[in-house]
Design a protein around this ligand. Structure first.
Ligand SMILES: C[S@@+](CC[C@H](N)C(=O)[O-])C[C@H]1O[C@@H](n2cnc3c(N)ncnc32)[C@H](O)[C@@H]1O
Length: 298
């Protein structure tokens, strides 16, 4: 048991909205070509770098070669964005009963970390997950620990020093940029943070860029579909919503673990990854199964 105490332009297929965007570009290109042929002059072919196509891509929310220009959001694809948790609440993140309540040790095992991996704890807070990750990837590995609150990183540093962990690199990110190196990560963990992103498209664009082709996001979010999970509604997400947002930004689901008492644990890879895509298990079936095994509401 782990101790928790101590870019050419691309169009992504798979979503109906992407399909509409592609269709729009094709129709635009066809029209321009027809007009050009009629006038006997060379015509530019509509390309996604042109304003109309860029507009369509923006609307579709799909990943693109260039980083999206995104204003702070109150909502994204029908979901209300939550405000980030203040560093004043940091003690709650390392409460002794957390492992028992959330089965965090089990989630941790599901990350399948091994010696030498390069990983990231994005929205690390005071490092509840960062420290065990650092121990697990060992001296040959590295953990980028990113947060937008300096105070959280200070608390993380103090805890890392106490346990003499040298392979943690704290990174002060911004609301639209986690400041991660390109094509580097084997795994990026986000626990109870994605729903707080005021710039979700920009963050996912940067994360996609930072992952290796075989790298994965491990996303842990409290289940919105389960009213017995004692967390504020804005700090929960449904599986359906997660799928919508990740598919719209160039990711595919490659693994999930549906046995936790409170959370979804979903693994996403870049949609050009060699990892095989899977379909999500519907949450009503998951909850029914957990109820049958009395595995819920712990
Ligand atoms: C609820 S806490 C969770 C902390 C930690 N993941 C855990 O499970 O203990 C969410 C953290 O995400 C951070 N955060 C919010 N938006 C962020 C962003 N765009 N980039 C990095 N960190 C962010 C907040 O500052 C806060 O420390």
């Amino acid at each position: 048991m782990i101790s928790f105490r101590s870019r050419s332009v691309r169009w992504y297929s798979g979503t109906p909205v992407d399909g509409r965007a592609r269709l729009l570009v094709s129709v635009l290109g066809l029209l321009l070509t027809l007009v050009g042929a009629a006038e006997g002059i060379a015509q530019p072919v509509a390309s996604p770098s042109e304003p109309a196509a860029e507009e369509a891509a923006k609307e579709a929310g799909s990943a693109s070669q260039s980083k999206p220009v995104e204003e702070p959001r109150n909502s994204y694809l029908g979901r209300v964005v939550a405000k980030p948790m203040s560093h004043l609440g940091a003690p709650w993140l390392i409460r002794p009963e957390r492992d028992e309540e959330e089965n965090a040790s089990v989630s941790f095992q599901q990350l399948k970390l091994t010696d030498g991996m390069v990983v990231c704890d994005l929205g690390c807070g005071n490092g509840y997950w960062t420290l065990p990750m650092a121990r697990k990837v060992g001296e040959d590995g590295r953990v980028y620990a990113v947060d937008i609150q300096r105070e959280m990183l200070q608390k993380l540093r103090q805890r890392a020093d106490r346990y003499n962990l040298k392979n943690i690199q704290p990174v002060l990110g911004t609301v639209d940029d986690p400041k991660l190196p390109e094509d580097t990560l084997d795994l990026l963990l986000m626990v109870d943070v994605y729903h707080e992103f005021s710039h979700p498209q920009s963050m996912l664009w940067e994360i996609r860029r930072a992952l290796k082709p075989t790298g994965v996001i491990a996303l842990l979010e409290y289940r919105e579909e389960d009213p017995t999970v004692p967390i504020k509604p804005l700090h929960k997400m449904s599986k359906r919503q997660i799928m919508k947002e990740y598919q719209a930004n160039g990711f595919k689901l490659v693994r999930e673990y549906n046995e936790l008492p409170w959370q979804h644990l979903m693994f996403f890879a870049r949609d050009d990854s060699p990892l095989e895509e899977i379909q999500p298990e519907p949450t009503d079936e998951v909850l029914q199964r957990l109820d049958d095994g009395s595995n819920r509401g712990r």
